[in-house]
Design a protein around this ligand. Sequence first.
Ligand SMILES: C[S@@+](CC[C@H](N)C(=O)[O-])C[C@H]1O[C@@H](n2cnc3c(N)ncnc32)[C@H](O)[C@@H]1O
Length: 252
Amino acid sequence: MNLNNVLRQFTIALCLLHVNVHCANSWSLEHLASDKKLAASGSYNNPELARKMETVFQHLKNSWCSQEKAKLIMEIIIFERLTMCVEVGTFMGSSALPILVSLEYLKNGHAYLIDAWSNQEAVKGLSPDDQNAIWWSTLDMNAIKNHLLHMLGHWHLDSYCTVIHETSEQAVSHVDSIDFLHLDGNFSKDGAHLDSKLYVPKVRSGGYILLSNVLVTANQEPTKMKALWPLFETCDIVSEIENGNVLLFRKK
Ligand SMILES: C[S@@+](CC[C@H](N)C(=O)[O-])C[C@H]1O[C@@H](n2cnc3c(N)ncnc32)[C@H](O)[C@@H]1O
């Protein structure tokens, strides 16, 4: 594909995304489908919750999970009581932490944390000269997984999750009737699309899907755009954060 085609595709994709995202506002408690009173005017009735959230935000400073994203994850899981959670792409657990602390706060629920922790899988579908491929191919994936396991032990969160060391395609048979799905796996066009195609149908009606790194590009192509189609077909867009880089959907 020549550069003009790439740029044209990129512009079309961004325009389409903009039209859809334009309908979604930045995350606020107004977007909750239930329990709005619990979280009236942005203040929490339970001071323990505010304290817990602050501890998570402090831990996640300079991590892959922004405070904005951690807050959204915790509010949606806690206030909507989303107890069956699945994350595709756990890496060292930055976004898994707010998921698990929310389940611990609810004293109910379970999260399936899926990652291949494999350099080969992470670069699959990316061209070898792409910056993402170069970065993903040099990581020590064992050390990254160990970091996650250490974090789970340190926060006493092991009983709230199952760590699945498989590709997203292999792991899909383990999960069903998902309340909250975080799609944050493969960066390639086909890989991200496959995750969306495999996992979005597993989310129950009324359940939520958070798609991360929406604006990532590989060789100047916005590779997560194709992953949006299964979502736009079956879900309503609820909210966006990080200037459209993270989108929240609700299954119809
Ligand atoms: C952007 S990172 C996830 C970041 C993580 N959610 C966080 O907040 O720290 C993407 C992850 O997807 C994983 N991944 C890539 N391709 C995969 C595949 N086919 N199956 C499972 N995991 C995959 C990579 O190993 C990597 O850990």
